[in-house]
Design a protein around this ligand. Sequence first.
Ligand SMILES: Cc1ncc(C[n+]2csc(CCOP(=O)(O)OP(=O)(O)O)c2C)c(N)n1
Ligand SMILES: [Mg+2]
Length: 667
Amino acid sequence: MTTRRELANAVRALAMDAVEAANSGHPGMPMGMADIAEVLWNDFLQFNPANPKWANRDRFVLSNGHGSMLQYALLHLTGFDLPIGQLKRFRQLHSKTAGHPEASETPGVETTTGPLGQGLANAVGFALAEKVLAAHFNRPGHEVVDHHTYVFLGDGCLMEGISHEVASLAGTWKLGKLVAVYDDNGISIDGEVHGWFTDNTPERFEAYGWNVIRGVDGHDAAAIAAALKAATSQSEKPTLICAKTIIGFGAPHKQGKEESHGAALGKDEVAAARDELDWHSAPFEIPAEIYAGWDHRKAGIEAEQAWHDALAKYTAAFPELAAEFNRRMSGELPADWPAKSQAFVDKLQADGPTIASRKASQMSIEAFAPLLPELIGGSADLAGSNLTKWKGSVDAGNGHDPNGNYVYYGVREFGMTAIANGVALHGGFIPYDATFLVFSDYARNAVRMSALIPAHAIHVYTHDSIGLGEDGPTHQPVEHLASLRYIPNNQVWRPCDAVESAVSWKAAIERKGAPACLVFSRQNLKHQQRSGQQVADISRGAYVLSDPLDTKFKAILIATGSEVELAMEAARALAQQGIAARVVSMPCTEVFDAQPLEYREGVLPGWCRARVAVEAATADFWCKYVGLDGEVVGMTTFGASAPAPQLFEHFGFTVAHVVDAVKRVIR
Ligand SMILES: Cc1ncc(C[n+]2csc(CCOP(=O)(O)OP(=O)(O)O)c2C)c(N)n1
Ligand SMILES: [Mg+2]
């Protein structure tokens, strides 16, 4: 009869062997948490290796993602499509076993982890999504949405500030099906943590309103099982299980020490650990009875089938709800979406309101949200400024209201954004979050993770430039637009009027599986006239907004957002002086860059190198469009505290200045 310890030792052996083969990686955490993982995965976690995307599976998140070999070993042993050959190629190019777990690479990995603390935040997002989705769809006697979210985390995750933001919210929201297991091993990279981490973690989490289970021996299967049982037999509060473990458990000379954290143990120590653990199989060899003890394929199919049977009864009782549930989990937009969303854009073009783009954003939400019950909004305590609420907004934080669709995140930009990533990854929702553009810095690594994972989260940033005025340079973004545009796979929209704002929302909603940042002004922006073709071309990221009527242009003005009306005025002033200029509105540079050459050449023809870009943000970004022969009217310093019109004047965003720049570039 195989013992639990032997099952766990298979994880330890695979972790040692894979790190040894790669000569790179982190054996300590997998060896320390192997016993906990064995109990969780064999006795508690609901999953089906044959279908990693089963809608009602439990979610498992490895927030201490450096221990990736723990997750790969678990996925391999339980029967996911992760053959031993992949473990042998740990950390190699094109393997499914990247250095840290990546959701887009490995079946069964729910989210990409490694940046410490964010996995916990994603897990809070998964648990929030489960609770709100359950409120939307469950009916008495029909619990089609009913799963737990488990997350492993280490000292590092708890030291990170984001852990405070999201644990606080999880407590307030009473996410009772969230179970976090803290790998309390007293070690981080620099050594024993008592010199830099002496918080009373149990009391800290109790203060957040969590159910805390203290002092669990992380190497005692019975104690672990009892803790998990206690955690899952209540659903009032999120649970933190504090498990005492020994990092590198089984490596006789390195266990309990930071040496085992993040480097191969070395041939001799691996041999000694094999003796210590009484594990005598060759590297990457797992005895058949151990595989049998881990094999979850049959149980997984049965678990999913039982859920499908329940779903069939639900479908018979509530056919429309069931169809909607399936639509939402598949991520398909409603059938009437394309026509209705386009009709809204066209109506705005016809109505021509001159309003702040943040107001246009709110009107877009007002128009689109009734079509999209999957849209779940929120703001970091700036709802009234970001204008993220609409008439149908209902607090989702209590998790009980069947109409819940709005999250009050409080002042927690990083936590909010990483939670939104989790909500997006869960399925059933398109989350949007919001703050001032200048505070996107607080959220930034989670925005980067939205793009990397990738996750379909929409980040709304208002107060987009010195145009916000009197709040001054602390609140005036300068480098943020360029900085967000530099994130691969991100799309940053900075619309110039209400119509472009609506198109940016439409594009962000339709961008299945990947994020967008929508950047809006505080101040009013003038409506621009457009033909039907021009309206259609907004979604190509850039388009010709105006050309001289009867003569060929000599210069091109490129602008975004609030500077488009300035570029238009400058073009008119130039025309009066006999200088013909084209105006290109470029609300999304990434989308434009992805257009076929023919289209790009049509907007920015290579023969015209007399180009001036105008944007009240970091000037350098625009050099790639204006080249060495062009000029940029942009920002090279921080802003200042004054009314917005004076600031635009002071920093050179004037018709005269733009006209002069054009004259200089026409040689
Ligand atoms: C945000 C972030 N900062 C730093 C790191 C680098 N790093 C990886 S693991 C680690 C130490 C983590 O300590 P702990 O969570 O206790 O892990 P253990 O050594 O116990 O496995 C650090 C600093 C990281 N991955 N993410
Ligand atoms: Mg530790």
